[in-house]
Ligand binder design. Structure first.
Ligand code: B12
Length: 316
């Protein structure tokens, strides 16, 4: 490898760079292969600390993961290691990028494996590129529909973001950026679908103190693709207010998303209280990592596929 002035690391770069061990953990490629590929093919190209240790740009992770996929599909290292993310996608028969990276044909989207697409979204997040990210959301939605968008793309994307944040592949600002792009997209979609609906009401909120809003947004979205009408209360509605709204508007369903951040005792107390004060004809449905699953009269549903099936069986 040529050690030039451009790849000797300065302190300003340090935030964006990771060690060979971290890169290996994030991609599943052994440190030996990473070193060997650099020697043989010139990539992934390490920056050097003054001590001589290697540091790699985090944004190379999606490309390296795509290389792993290509190798698993039977391609030889010599053919794929130097490829760009775009080239790797098309090599595997996944027509993907226009030169500007915008997905604009439904056919292109239909060919994509969601895992690879999610890696591309991660790259857009790393680049803070909301134009590409949100236009890709729209393209995928157009191709697979709202329900599959939530189940096969949005939920795994959030999982991937959480894992990437945990191992420092993404920063907090990346996580916030990605979250805000999703929040905006979900809100626009469900509000549009909810206009002039006449069906029975579904009251949607989180418990007091629960500020995670993506669960209720996905819930609103999945509800809005049925005949039911969303009444969206946003996050952290006081228990008495949930009960008051339910008594006044008589919703068919009260749907709550309960995040991991809630204590299970508190969540259980709240659910008992609401259920106890509620009309028997109103159904209560909960979901989310922090949701209790054994409260009498409350249906815990682990994902939105089950939720969709459940609300479609409601007689009204
Ligand atoms: C986005 C996000 C944030 C955002 C939230 C912004 C927002 N607008 O909501 C911000 C940046 C604020 C944030 C902050 C933090 N976060 Co955070 N975050 C996430 C992330 C990436 C997504 C969370 C999310 O909304 N998921 C979607 C929800 C809805 O998923 P879910 O609960 O698993 O529910 C699933 C199903 O049950 C179903 N579902 C959900 N609701 C409902 C409702 C119904 C009715 C039905 C039917 C189904 C259903 O849908 C989901 C998908 O299938 C997760 C990663 C992950 N794996 O979830 C980390 C994650 C939850 N965060 C984590 C952490 C540690 C934090 C912080 C403590 C970090 C810090 N040190 O500051 C703070 C705490 C904030 C707080 N108030 O408690 C950890 C939690 C680890 C743990 N178990 O304790 C995670 C798992 C990341 C990780 N891998 O480490 N976070």
């Amino acid at each position: 490898m040529n050690l030039t002035a451009t790849n000797i690391m300065t302190s300003n770069d340090s935030e964006q760079l990771i060690s060979i061990g971290e890169l290996s953990k994030l991609t599943g490629i052994t440190t030996h292969s990473l070193r060997m590929w650099e020697k043989r093919y010139g990539t992934p190209r390490a920056h050097r600390l003054p001590s001589g240790h290697r540091r790699y740009p985090k944004e190379d992770v999606p490309r390296l993961r795509a290389i792993v996929k290509a190798l698993e599909s039977g391609y030889r290292a010599s053919k794929v290691v130097t490829g760009t993310l775009e080239q790797l996608h098309s090599l595997m028969g996944l027509p993907f990028f226009e030169s500007n990276g915008i997905l604009n044909s439904s056919e292109e989207v239909g060919f994509l494996e969601n895992e690879l697409l999610i890696e591309t979204w991660i790259k857009h997040v790393c680049d803070y590129d909301d134009d590409l990210l949100i236009s890709s959301f729209h393209a995928v939605w157009g191709e697979v529909g709202g329900l599959n968008f939530v189940i096969d793309y949005a939920a795994p994307f959030l999982e991937r973001i959480g894992n990437a944040w945990e191992v420092d592949e993404l920063t907090i600002s990346h996580e916030h950026f990605a979250t805000e792009c999703l929040v905006g997209f979900f809100t626009e979609k469900w509000r549009q679908l909810n206009i002039r609906k006449k069906g029975p009401l579904v009251l949607i909120t989180t418990l007091p103190g629960d500020s995670y809003n993506l669960g209720i947004l996905m819930c609103a979205l999945v509800t809005s693709i049925t005949n039911l009408k969303v009444v969206y209360l946003g996050i952290g509605t006081p228990i008495n207010e949930i009960i008051r709204a339910a008594k006044k508007d008589n919703p068919k369903v009260i749907a709550l998303s309960i995040s991991h951040s809630m204590s299970s005792e508190f969540a259980e107390d709240c659910l008992f209280k609401i259920r106890g004060d509620l009309d028997k004809n109103s159904l209560m449905i909960t979901g989310g990592k922090g949701s209790p699953c054994n409260i009498p009269g409350v249906s815990y549903l682990p994902d939105f596929k089950k939720y969709y099936e459940f609300i479609n069986t409601i007689n009204y």
